[in-house]
Structure formats: C-alpha cells, structure tokens
Design a protein around this ligand. Sequence first.
Ligand SMILES: C[S@@+](CC[C@H](N)C(=O)[O-])C[C@H]1O[C@@H](n2cnc3c(N)ncnc32)[C@H](O)[C@@H]1O
Length: 233
Amino acid sequence: MAGIWLSARSAEAEWMDDAGQTESAFRAVLRDLEFLNRVTFGYRPTLNWLDALVARTGATTLSVLDVGAGGGDTLRAIARWGARRGVALELTGLDRSPAALAAARHMGTPGQWITTDVFDLPPEARFDLVISSLFAHHLNDAELVRFLRWMQTHATQGWMINDIHRHAISWCGLWAGTRLLRLDPIVVHDSTVSVARAFKRDDWRRLAREAGVAARVEWQMPFRWAVSSERAN
Ligand SMILES: C[S@@+](CC[C@H](N)C(=O)[O-])C[C@H]1O[C@@H](n2cnc3c(N)ncnc32)[C@H](O)[C@@H]1O
C-alpha cells in the first residue's frame, strides 16, 4: 500500500461535488476553504503570477476570469492586489453552483458572475487572463486536457492554474489540520481526497503535452503548483 499511496491521481469523488448538497452546506464548505486559503497563504502563487505579468507587460487594465471561483475569495484577493498595484480590473467569477454565486455576493465579491459549467461558456467569450484556484483537481485527466485547450482559447494574454501538490506532507497536514481546527465534515473528507486527486510535476508535463500547450510548471509554497502560460507580445 505504502508504495502506491498517492502514486497516481485518485478518482475518488469529493462530497462538495455532489449536486445534492444544500446551499447552506455548500456555503459552509466555501467559508472553510477561504479560511484555509488565508492561513496557508494559498493566494500567493496567483498574486505572484499577476505581479510578474504586470511587471513584464506594464498592463494597467486587465480583465480576469476566475474559473471554479467558489465563494469568490481569490477574486477579492485579486481586487485588493489591483488596488495596491494601481491596476484597473474587470473581474468575473464562474462557477457551476448557484450556491457559489450566493456566497460570493454575500461576501461582497466585486465584478460579474457567471453560473455555468466551464465547458458551457459561449465559445466567443474572451478575457485577458483566465485563472483558477483549487479547481483543476476537480477534473479528470480527459477534462483537464480539454480545460488546458479551453484556457488557450479564452485567454488573450495568459492563464494560470493554482492547485495542490499530491504529496504525503499536504495529505498529512490537511488530515490533521482540518480535524484539529474542527472544520466542516465535508471539508475534513474532501481535503485529503483533493490531495489524492491532485498533481505531481509529471502529471502536468503529460497533460500539457497531450493538450499541445506550452506551460510553465512551478512549485510554490504552500505545496501548490503554479501552471501558467502567457502570450508573447
Ligand atoms: C474547491 S472549490 C474552489 C473554490 C475557490 N476557487 C478556492 O480557491 O477555494 C472548486 C469549485 O469549482 C466548482 N466547479 C467544479 N467543477 C466545475 C465545472 N465543471 N464548471 C464550473 N465550476 C466547477 C465547484 O462548484 C466549486 O465551487
């Protein structure tokens, strides 16, 4: 068992992906996810990427789509970043769950919101940047290859995925942390399932090759992958 533990992506389902979850249960999960993102510095890879992109391009306005935006916490972190950096932002959250929209609005998330499955977005929709945080591991490999190509189409300047490193340290840290902090039972269950569904560097290399996209794959604290691509201009 120990030899094969976490050696390949798991297909075990997350409870939060059960369409039968009530709105209040889903919102409780999103609240805990925001807490985990904050205390583990989970926004850092996304903000680091935005910082580097703006430093290189000198952009002062950007439209940003956050896919699988949940309760909109990453968009709120990006809004604060934009205010600090003097970048005018047009923010859009996309999530298939109507409960995500309710949670995002309740938390004061700025910008537009689209409630849809990512692959049902109109093909002509375009954004300067497409980002996602803790979304990619919800997809299986075939869907991920499609998502990588999807981002190439919908992002005119670049895209970035921020997701978990499938590693024993992240698995054990979340197993213990979610229990010690008495987080929501769905989060306790899904946290380790998320790690098991997540990625090693070779997964990203293989998926990018299959999708035919050139992607930079960087490891960043806190045990996250920053997978990104920018258009040369
Ligand atoms: C783990 S949450 C991540 C929330 C937030 N981005 C964060 O960093 O905490 C994953 C989100 O992706 C959404 N999601 C999963 N599959 C989706 C799909 N195919 N299309 C759109 N949203 C999806 C779920 O509804 C959920 O809100």
